[in-house]
Design a protein around this ligand. Structure first.
Ligand code: ATP
Ligand code: LTN
Length: 327
């Protein structure tokens, strides 16, 4: 199967992104044709300092590799290196209705959070995402729950195009893991853990040093009683159990047993050290990759070449179908 997914280079890669996205990607890359990108054009919908933005893109790419995404198995690239995304986005935006974009909850959320910068890119963001996916004829798109609505729109656009111009696009299926699809903030367990959260204690980055990870878990918000069980009325504890389970491989039920009779304090420390231990080898590799920028850029460029080749084939077909003169 052809798999496509992407992550925006904003903030830092959190354990939410790791559990909800990267961990699933790693499991898929052995038996599928995978394409993963750093969606830096999407990230431009919020203001970016150019120097920081460039450095963060490079850092994200190094983190991809450090997590175990393998350029020999998967196509790994940076979105802006493949111009076909923007070209297809224009064509698809002429087939997307304003009413459809207006219903997107992420647009509403992000508009509320960036009242001084509600730009057109924020509004048409899902069309660019549809272009990303459809360019590569992806069968399946592994994402967290928050992206489900965008994916449904991508499917609608694909079907609409195929109906109007004849079979062109593969209609992609979402792949949302049952567990860990929504890791929540350590400070507000009712909200998703978000890369761009300004509260440093709300998120854990995969490159946070062990002492910082421990401190953040110690401060994590829990609930009033003292039972460590997974349930809807205990969002803080349930979130910590999900994180623990994702990093140790224990099921939620096993983890509940492990912590039976223990207090919240001990539990939070145990979750913190499970996360810190699991991330240590990733952090070591990250430093290695980042210390050789030339090699990093070489891998990036090779990925972009592979991606461009695939993207161009689809784009040529689309251009012909809509009636552009192609050479
Ligand atoms: P931002 O805060 O900048 O919007 P984000 O943390 O939501 O960023 P994205 O770049 O939008 O991260 O998402 C990358 C991938 O990680 C997507 O597949 C998304 O669904 C997944 N993801 C993001 N946050 C979580 C989370 N808290 N739990 C599980 N999966 C998540
Ligand atoms: N919008 C996504 C990131 C993203 C993406 C994609 C995910 C951009 N293009 C294509 C899957 C497929 C996000 O914010 N998580």
């Amino acid at each position: 199967m052809r798999i496509y997914s992407a992550i925006q280079p904003t903030g830092c890669i959190t354990i939410g992104n790791y559990i909800g996205a990267i961990k699933n990607w790693l499991a898929l890359q052995d038996d599928n044709e995978c394409i993963f990108s750093i969606a830096n054009q999407h990230a431009l919908t919020v203001r970016q300092d150019p120097q920081e933005f460039r450095a963060r893109t490079l850092s994200f790419f190094a983190q991809f590799l450090a997590c175990g995404l393998d350029p020999e198995k998967s196509v790994l690239y940076v979105q802006s290196h493949v111009h076909q995304h923007s070209e297809l986005q224009w064509i698809l935006s002429c087939m997307t209705y304003i009413g459809e974009l207006d219903r997107m909850t992420q647009f509403k959320d992000k508009s509320r959070k960036n009242e001084d910068n509600i730009n057109a890119g924020l509004f048409t963001y899902p069309v660019l995402m549809a272009a990303d996916i459809l360019l590569y004829k992806a069968d399946m798109v592994p994402v967290g729950k928050d992206q489900k609505q965008h994916l449904e729109l991508a499917r609608d656009i694909a079907v609409r195009f195929n109906n109007r111009y004849g079979e062109t696009f593969v209609v992609p299926e979402p792949y949302i893991a049952k567990q860990g699809a929504k890791i929540t903030s350590l400070q507000n367990p009712l909200e998703k853990m978000s890369k761009s959260d300004k509260d440093q204690n709300a998120t854990v980055s995969i490159i946070d040093p062990p002492d910082v990870i421990m401190r953040k878990f110690k401060r994590a918000v829990t609930d009033s009683d003292n039972r460590i069980v997974f349930s809807e009325d205990k969002p803080g504890i349930s979130n910590l159990l999900s994180i623990y389970s994702a990093f140790t491989g224990e099921t939620i039920e096993e983890a509940e047993k492990t912590f039976e009779g223990k207090g919240y304090g001990d539990f939070k420390l145990a979750v913190g050290s499970a996360v810190a231990d699991a991330l240590l080898p990733v952090q070591k590799k990250y430093e290695e990759y980042l210390s050789d920028k030339a090699e990093l850029e070489r891998i990036m460029k090779a990925g972009a070449e592979k991606a461009s080749y695939l993207a161009e084939r689809t784009l040529q077909k689309v251009k012909k179908k809509v009636g552009f003169i192609v050479s």
